[in-house]
Design a protein around this ligand. Structure first.
Ligand SMILES: [Fe+2]
Ligand SMILES: [Fe+2]
Length: 192
């Protein structure tokens, strides 16, 4: 269910809750209060808020030690990026309004660009052999984000869920995949 958009999730759960509610009333009328079936339905209905809060927690990105690339400044950047994505997601989820959403999105984008530059500079300094390939991955990501920003200016709020999902998946996979490849060299060169 984590890939479903929040709106779809909410509608899906609302539909189930509505159906359960009708079923509870009907089974109470048909079977009476001493029959277990309507009570089982009541219990199912009470599980819904629990499911909702669990799925929300899953949506947040949490830093894990295995994400570390062994260079403090880059780990700090990566942590900060994940925090900014969580902020952006919160701004989208709670419909905080256009100004907040835009500000949170701009912050992720600006910090991502800043971080890519820092990383690329370190790759050049250390003579990292995959420099060109890694830089190209960064460039393609920035191009994709620029496309999203256009999409946002055209579609408004509706575009934000796609952007938020993309940013989260992309950054977590990149930090935990492609970025790990320079880790040994950077550590060997004593980068901090
Ligand atoms: Fe990175
Ligand atoms: Fe990178």
């Amino acid at each position: 269910m984590s890939k479903m958009s929040r709106t779809t999730k909410m509608m899906f759960l609302a539909l189930i809750a509505g159906t359960l509610l009708v079923a509870i009333v009907l089974t109470f009328i048909a079977l009476g209060v001493f029959h277990p079936v309507p009570w089982l339905l009541v219990a199912s209905l009470l599980i819904i808020p629990f499911l909702l809060s669990r799925s929300e927690k899953q949506d947040f990105v949490v830093w894990k030690d295995e994400y570390s690339v062994g260079v403090d400044s880059l780990d700090d950047d990566h942590r900060k990026l994940l925090n900014l994505i969580n902020n952006f997601q919160t701004a989208v989820r709670y419909r905080t309004g256009k100004a907040f959403e835009k500000e949170a999105l701009d912050e992720v984008v600006a910090y991502t660009k800043y971080h890519f530059e820092r990383e690329e500079k370190m790759m050049l300094e250390t003579g990292y052999p995959q420099y060109e390939a890694h830089k190209e991955i960064h460039r393609a990501m920035i191009e994709k984000i620029d496309g999203f920003l256009i999409d946002y200016s055209e579609r408004g709020y509706e575009a934000l869920e796609d952007i938020s999902l993309y940013l989260k998946d992309w950054l977590v996979n990149h930090i935990n995949g492609t970025d790990q490849e320079y880790s040994a060299l950077f550590k060997e060169k004593g980068l901090k």
